[in-house]
Design a protein around this ligand. Structure first.
Ligand code: FAD
Ligand code: NAP
Length: 532
């Protein structure tokens, strides 16, 4: 029997080489720690390595969806469009790896299988499919949206043509010319890719379970004058955005939607619709807390769908019924317009469920749809999927899977009781997916770095969230969520997209108060954490 290869002993192991893992490596290494990053993919970039489907791009503006830890970096890098494409974001991350000499500490094509904590030595043993190593600290940068979700539809294994998942797109691209294509799903990935697939395919059939609200991107080349202005005061621009609820520059209207008359409301929504993007959601202060306020925004978008889509029956099917913003708002370029094309058909799987996949098509209750290939735009086992895919064991050999059987429990989304020296970047219970994620990632990495520096300066070797602090935080996260309309629909924020997953609202709403709380905890000698 071959012995597992020993990969060494480190101060810190980082799992994942996306935005989070790359910055964690840079930050911790700058403090003098020995760090090893393990990445399952054959390249760096995380989300932007895997999601290469047509139309993939960010929907937070590029000037904000980027690192701020180095002013030289943010001054020298030039984004070309308001919303950068996947290839451009990947080029940016490759530039970072090169500029900060990160590659020498990254092991690509290496999947972490387990991480076990040894109480006697206060070290983690991390096993990968290429050998194992030990480390004082284990930093999980495994991604909130990196574990793909493919529904188990009967007959899938008998399908004769190729199948694709948007989150595992082939590097060589896919030529849909002349193909009959099925897309399953109508979330952000589908909404970005459908217009482009429809242009190429002979026939496109979209299988929709829940229609989504989508706001036009109005993407465009970045105006050099705007870039110049932002760069002249980049730090101030970042500080201002950090004060906003989502950590992004969406202009917040402090008025209630119900405080103004119909004409004023329509003006505000129209202006935001014309400006494009996620800023639509901050049109008024109470869209996510008051059903009546929310309905005014939902009605506006439904009205737009009716204006854009010529076939009234199709427009009706495309019109969401749930609260707007309850599922992640989408941003598109020509999504609703695509359903005016003669080669595009919409199937509502609530009316006409998919019963099985045949070798050359999909059979729904009412018809057989012959297709040459299937695109699964069916999303992710979000926030916990990648963490729980590993066998993580803390004190007493207790597994994280067991601890989180009823849903994730963390303190600040940064640590979890019973698992000393295990840090989560954008873990459940932190703003993460309800914020501009790059600043959230940087805030977490900086906090973790500060915590490790604190331990070292006092000759301590271990930090662990206390159960009491964790319980209080979990209760607080739920209380905040329960004060909003977020828990009212079947979203992936709640785990509702994955059969059998416990329903717990996972992210924390409110970037500024969250950052304040983290700073306060650190200032009070890491209150709520036991240090030893
Ligand atoms: P990831 O980029 O997901 O990286 C995690 C890495 O960990 C992956 O490469 C994965 O392979 C690796 N990994 C996981 N498990 C293991 C293991 N066991 N062993 C080894 N490696 C492992 N957010 C925004 O704020 N704005 C946007 O506009 C935006 N657009 C998005 C568009 C798409 C298509 C998607 C899917 C997400 C988008 N997001 C956006 C969210 C996005 O995931 C984050 O912004 C950010 O890229 C996450 O970085 P990360 O490093 O935390 O995780
Ligand atoms: P998603 O939002 O979870 O959408 C998945 C879609 O698949 C949903 O429409 C879902 O329907 C459908 N689906 C899942 N299982 C199904 C089944 N068994 N049968 C039929 N339909 C099924 O996933 P995503 O589009 O990949 O996006 C995930 C997140 O990544 C986004 O919310 C966003 O945060 C991020 N993202 C951002 C961008 C961007 O614009 N920058 C682009 C892509 C992704 P239900 O709604 O009914 O579950």
């Amino acid at each position: 029997m071959t012995q597992p290869r020993t990969l060494g002993d480190f101060d810190a192991v980082v799992v994942g080489a996306g935005f989070a893992g790359l910055y964690a490596l840079h930050r911790l290494r700058t403090m003098g720690l020995s760090v090893r990053v393990f990445e399952a993919g054959s390249g760096i970039g995380g989300t932007w390595f895997w999601n290469r489907y047509p139309g993939a791009r960010c929907d937070i503006e590029s000037l904000e969806y980027s690192y701020q830890f180095s002013d030289e970096l943010q001054q020298e890098w030039g984004w070309s469009e308001r919303y950068a494409t996947q290839p451009e974001i990947l080029r940016y991350l490759e530039h970072i790896a090169h500029r900060f000499d990160l590659r020498r500490d990254i092991e690509l094509s290496t999947r972490v299988l387990s991480a076990h904590f040894d109480e006697a030595t206060a070290r983690w043993t991390v096993a990968t499919d290429r050998g194992s190593c030990t480390a004082s600290f284990c930093v999980m940068a495994a991604g909130c949206l990196s574990s793909t979700n493919t529904p188990r539809i009967p007959g899938l294994d008998r399908f004769a043509g190729p199948t694709y998942h948007t989150g595992r797109w082939p590097h060589e691209g896919v030529d849909f010319t002349g193909q009959r294509v099925a897309v399953i799903g109508t979330g952000s990935s589908a909404i970005q890719s459908i217009p482009l697939i429809a242009e190429e395919a002979a026939r496109l059939t979209v299988f929709q379970r829940t229609p989504n609200y989508s706001i036009p991107a109005h993407n465009q080349p970045l105006d050099p004058e705007v870039v110049k202005r932002v760069k002249a005061g980049y730090a101030g621009f970042r500080r201002e955005n950090a004060q906003r609820p989502f950590g992004a520059s969406f202009p917040q209207n402090e008025l209630s939607a119900l405080q103004v008359d119909e004409a004023e409301r329509a003006r505000e929504y129209e202006e935001r619709w014309q400006r494009g993007g996620l800023g639509f959601f901050t049109s008024f202060s109470d869209l996510i807390v008051d059903r009546d306020a929310n309905r005014t925004a939902a009605d506006f978008v439904r009205g737009k769908i009716r204006e854009i889509v010529r076939d009234a029956a199709v427009a009706e099917k495309l019109s969401p019924k749930q609260v707007i913003g309850c599922k992640r708002l989408c941003v598109d370029t020509g999504y609703y317009e695509t359903f005016n094309r003669p080669n595009v058909t919409l199937v509502d799987v609530n009316e006409d469920p998919i019963e099985e996949i045949l070798p050359h098509g999909l059979r729904t209750k009412q018809a057989v749809h012959e297709v040459d290939c299937i695109v699964f735009a069916t999303g992710f086992d979000a926030m916990t999927g990648s963490l729980l895919a590993m066998d993580i064991r803390g004190k007493g050999g207790r597994s994280l899977r067991e601890k989180w059987a009823e849903g994730p429990r963390t303190y600040l989304g940064l640590g979890t009781a019973g698992f000393p020296n295990l840090f989560l970047i954008t873990g459940p219970g932190s703003p993460s997916v309800l914020s501009n994620m790059v600043p959230s990632i940087e805030q977490h990495v900086d906090w973790i770095a500060g915590c490790i520096a604190h331990l070292r300066s006092r000759g301590l070797r271990s930090v662990e969230a206390t159960r009491a602090a964790e319980e209080a935080w979990v209760a607080h996260v739920n209380e905040v969520a329960d004060g909003t309309l977020f828990p009212t629909c079947n979203s992936w924020y709640l785990g509702a997209n994955v059969p059998g997953k416990p329903r717990v609202f996972m992210p924390y709403l409110g970037f500024p108060p969250y950052v304040e709380k983290c700073n306060e905890v650190a200032a009070k000698d890491y209150e709520g954490f036991a240090l030893s």
